[in-house]
Design a protein around this ligand. Structure first.
Ligand code: CTP
Length: 400
């Protein structure tokens, strides 16, 4: 998460009564870790799942759970609704979603939402049949129409023991979405995005490969940031490990990556090729392990397919390439942008200690075909990913 995205921001965090309420504790912890100011509001049912004391301990403030509490002024929901810069409901049960959509206000959470003009972030969590019920879909559609951001639930094991859609999005995803909303960056909603990550591995024999030092971290950060901004993301990677809301396609070789990119990008709006694709592969792959001898071993390599070139230009697909440069970063990047007919290129400065391949940091120059140039200083890969998506959004909005 971008450090500073939450600092000092005022978040009203509503918890409704589902088993996923325990995950809301982690959301609040992450928010306060990011130095957001958090006030928790709970439905009466939610307090049966998790004690308000737990939320008080993590948010450092009293929890509003009973709006008929004689100690309160009776105006808690009004004060909170005016204070909030964003109102989040996580988990949002089917019942709470219905009440929010209808504008009911029969307890403190729905009362706060109804009274607030702040952006609303709704994170559904429920049984898969309840989530897919046309009535729930209609309620969510009506909330969306009024500008609410819905952080889609994941597919996974549900409380019923079955696997289906309805698992609360991960706390990291929810907090990243809150950060995107607070910073006006929830701007990829409805887009389909394909990101590649990691270095391809080209087999030499059954136990060895020719590869590179790419860790896949830059590509994964790009995928996570896109998802936090509302895109549907497919991550094609040689190194697995994305969060469960991201469709991950595992590949090994450049040829496999090509096939996956062609398949996944057929319907996509943006393709980001952050992977370090091996330019060459062994000309022959031994069928059994190459044995050690005392003689030198010569390897013959042959060129690999160029994935970006093979995918080619398509109207409606914004193609982003990466380039690893040791010198003349911007002119080299411009040349590659032109040669590969890309819409945008992100040039890494490699050969500098503590950034780029394998590191958690990167420094890049971004150049677009329609004239945008951005210098991004050494930052975490997550922060660089934020800048890359800002540039993609800007270049796409400006058109070609
Ligand atoms: N790329 C690709 N298929 C390949 C090689 C690279 O699609 N076989 C993509 C990379 O994912 C990256 C961009 O093309 O987005 C990089 O282009 P390339 O010219 O290979 O850059 P460098 O690796 O920096 O090239 P060079 O070795 O020529 O400096």
């Amino acid at each position: 998460m971008n450090s500073g995205a939450l600092k000092g921001r005022r978040v009203v965090f509503g918890v409704s009564g589902g088993i996923a309420a325990y995950k809301a504790l982690e959301c609040v912890r992450l928010l306060t870790e990011g130095e957001a100011e958090v006030r928790v509001v709970m439905t009466p049912e939610a307090t049966r799942f998790v004690a308000p004391l737990s939320f008080e301990s993590l948010s450092y403030h009293p929890v509003a759970a009973d709006w008929l509490d004689a100690r309160g002024s009776g105006e808690t929901h009004i004060q909170l609704s005016e204070w909030a810069e964003v109102v989040v409901v996580a988990p949002a049960t089917a019942n709470t979603i219905a009440r929010l959509a209808l504008g009911l206000a029969d307890e403190v959470l729905s009362g706060t939402v109804l009274a607030s003009e702040a952006p609303l972030v709704v994170c559904p969590a429920m049984n898969d049949r309840m989530f897919s019920h046309p009535q729930t879909e209609a309620h969510l559609a009506s909330l969306r129409q009024r500008g609410a951001v819905v952080v889609e639930p994941a597919i996974g094991r549900l409380a019923s023991g079955k696997t289906g859609i309805g698992r609360l999005a991960s706390p990291e995803r929810i907090v990243a979405a809150i950060g995107a909303v607070l910073n006006g960056r929830r701007n990829l909603e409805g887009l389909r995005v394909v990101v590649t990550a990691g270095g391809t591995r080209e087999p030499l024999d059954p136990v060895r490969y020719v590869g590179n030092f790419s860790s896949g971290k830059m590509g994964r950060a790009l995928a996570e940031v896109a998802a936090a901004r509302g895109a549907r993301v497919s991550l094609i990677t040689t190194i697995p490990g994305a969060s469960e809301e991201i469709d991950e396609v595992r590949v090994t070789t450049a040829q496999e990556m090509l096939e996956a990119v062609q398949r996944e990008s057929a319907q996509a709006d943006v393709l980001v090729m952050a992977a370090a694709v091996a330019d060459y592969r062994p000309a022959e792959v031994a069928s059994s392990k190459i044995r050690r001898t005392s003689k030198p071993l010569d390897l013959r390599l042959q060129p690999n397919v160029d994935i970006l070139a093979a995918v080619g230009r398509r109207k409606g697909l914004f193609r982003v390439g990466f380039a690893a440069e040791t010198s003349d970063v911007e002119p080299q990047a411009r040349e590659k942008l032109k040669a590969k007919e890309l819409d945008l290129i992100v040039a890494n400065q490699v050969g500098v200690n503590g950034q780029g391949l394998g590191s958690d940091f990167n420094a890049v120059t971004i150049v677009s075909a329609n004239g945008l140039v951005r210098e991004v200083p050494r930052l975490t890969k997550w922060e660089v990913a934020e800048r890359v998506w800002d540039a993609i959004h800007e270049a796409r909005s400006a058109g070609r």
